[in-house]
Design a protein around this ligand. Structure first.
Ligand code: ADP
Ligand code: GLC
Length: 477
């Protein structure tokens, strides 16, 4: 089976969040299911630099205002189609935002181009790789199913990693897309009077997936549907929730070059060296007490305002907190102030640092994830794998991947973390109290760490589910 995956970021080439991790790891897991995947991504500078050997599969003299080439090659173990269109992608910095922190003004063209080329590959423009299905990730690939519906092509799957990012543009861009006039309607790309890229994908794809079963249910509701719940309810018979896995080679505490001391579930005491390294790195006092970490975009989605609000209680309970995150300056402020207010107890690094994110998982006792909504979440899976106990809001993928330490789960030895609901300061503080009590019981805590490390967080089961979905689509065809 041949699949074209379309993603705007792919680890380890370009990453702003979990989408990159998924797009980077899923193809290798699918290969083991007999599915061969090539990923199409934009030719950002980092991608062009990493591309080792390639051939030119296709050229276009004018793709949304400039010349473009489709390159087929390998970079960091990944097989890629790279859309080399310098007028669209040859820019420094973030893939979506300009230096002023605002969306690139031509994002509608940048990602329409990506989607158009994907549809053309689907229609056979690269004779040596004609995919049977195009798998589209998030709004940046949302127009693919529309280009296929109105111009032909194979079956399409639209995966929602985060409904909060929809790619909504003014109606005036419609004329640039090269779609027939009838596509500007409720059955096509029209969305609240403008053009919705994710909406188009959800409307036109043959199947819709999202990254956990609970989020797949949540997005059908007015509260969590972000304006798209009506459409999703109409199409609910083709909506599937498939939980994310992680790359267990990159995230392996027994063999991780980013951490101070490697360890297995039988050597939990060895985590201490990593804890000491974190304390040093974040300017924290040394101690055996409960050390929490956060590795996150600093946004309201991730509940970072709740963390700031619950910090006094966390400190009162004897905890310490190391935060690695960047994002909203408004949310950053109070966390940075806390480092002054509670010296030695709170440390903040407002950078993006992949190696440091590994160290935090390897040495902290618990990872705090108080998200208001979370399609899947990957940091709790890394936490499980590293014996860093997740303390999470009971939403989306966090609800599906963590077993709460209630009495039954503790006595059965299967508890792997702490969940709280609703997502409020009060409930978060109660979770911190529960964590403190459990941490004091060394046997109970170690049992949670071991249960987490034993959990299968690999891609194996979920890759099989994607493969089943692909097969069922081809059968229906
Ligand atoms: P989201 O995609 O919503 O941001 P996920 O939990 O799915 O949330 O994925 C976030 C990914 O980004 C994880 O791999 C996490 O380790 C990583 N990450 C987030 N912030 C940072 C940071 N400041 N430094 C390094 N890695 C980070
Ligand atoms: C999104 C979601 C996150 C999910 C990731 C990968 O960024 O916010 O919950 O884990 O995509 O699917």
């Amino acid at each position: 089976m041949k699949i074209l995956s379309v993603a705007s970021e792919v680890f380890p080439l370009v990453k702003t969040g979990g989408l990159a991790d998924v797009a980077g790891a899923l193809p290798a897991a699918l290969a083991k299911q007999g599915v061969s995947v090539i990923t199409l991504m934009p030719g950002y500078p980092a991608v062009m630099k990493a591309l080792e050997e390639f051939e030119v599969a296709y050229t276009s003299e004018n793709l949304f205002g400039g010349a473009a080439r489709l390159l087929w090659g390998k970079a960091k173990r990944l097989e890629l189609f790279v859309l080399d269109a310098p007028h669209l992608y040859d820019r420094p910095g973030n893939p979506y935002l300009g230096p002023d922190g605002k969306d690139w003004p031509d994002n509608s063209r940048r990602f329409a181009a990506l989607s158009l080329i994907a549809a053309e590959i689907g229609r056979g423009s690269v004779a040596d790789f004609v995919p049977q299905i195009i798998h589209c990730h998030d709004w940046q690939a949302g127009l693919v199913p529309a280009y296929v519906r109105y111009g032909g092509g194979p079956k399409t799957v639209m995966t929602v990693h985060n409904l909060a990012f929809q790619g909504h543009f003014p109606a005036s861009i419609f004329g640039t897309l090269g779609l027939p006039p009838r596509a500007f309607g409720i059955e096509g790309v029209e969305y609240f009077g403008g053009v919705g890229y994710l909406k188009a994908g959800l409307q036109c794809a043959d199947a819709i997936t999202t990254v956990s079963p609970t989020y797949a249910r949540e997005i059908l509701t007015v509260e969590d549907g972000m304006g798209l719940d009506g459409l999703l309810r109409v199409r609910s018979n083709v909506v599937h929730g498939i939980v994310n896995g992680i790359d267990t080679d990159i995230w392996n505490p027994a063999n991780d070059a980013n951490i101070m001391q490697s360890y297995t579930a039988k050597q939990l005491a060895r985590r201490e060296a990593n804890k000491r390294a974190i304390e040093k790195r974040f300017g924290l006092e040394t101690g055996d007490g409960l050390l929490y970490c956060i590795v996150s975009r600093l946004t309201l989605q991730k509940g970072m305002d709740l963390v700031a609000a619950a910090l006094p209680r966390l400190i009162e309970l004897g905890g310490r907190l190391a935060i690695l995150g960047s994002g909203d300056a408004v949310l950053e402020g109070p966390l940075k102030e806390a480092t002054v207010h509670y010296p030695g107890r709170v440390g903040v690094a407002t950078t993006y640092d992949e190696p440091l994110s590994h160290l935090l998982q390897a040495g902290s006792d618990a990872i705090l994830i108080p998200s208001r909504f979370e399609p899947c979440g990957l940091t709790q899976l890394y936490g499980l794998r590293y014996g860093c106990v997740p303390v999470v809001a009971r939403v989306g993928g966090l609800a599906d991947t963590i077993i709460d330490a209630n009495d039954a789960a503790i006595s059965a030895g299967v508890a792997s973390g702490i969940q709280f609901a609703p997502v409020t300061q009060e409930a978060l503080e109660h979770a911190l109290e529960r964590a403190t009590t459990l941490y004091a019981d060394k046997a109970a805590w170690a049992s949670m760490q071991r249960a987490g490390m034993k959990a299968d967080v690999s891609w194996t089961r979920s890759a099989a589910r994607y493969a089943d979905l692909y097969r069922s689509l081809l059968k229906a065809a």
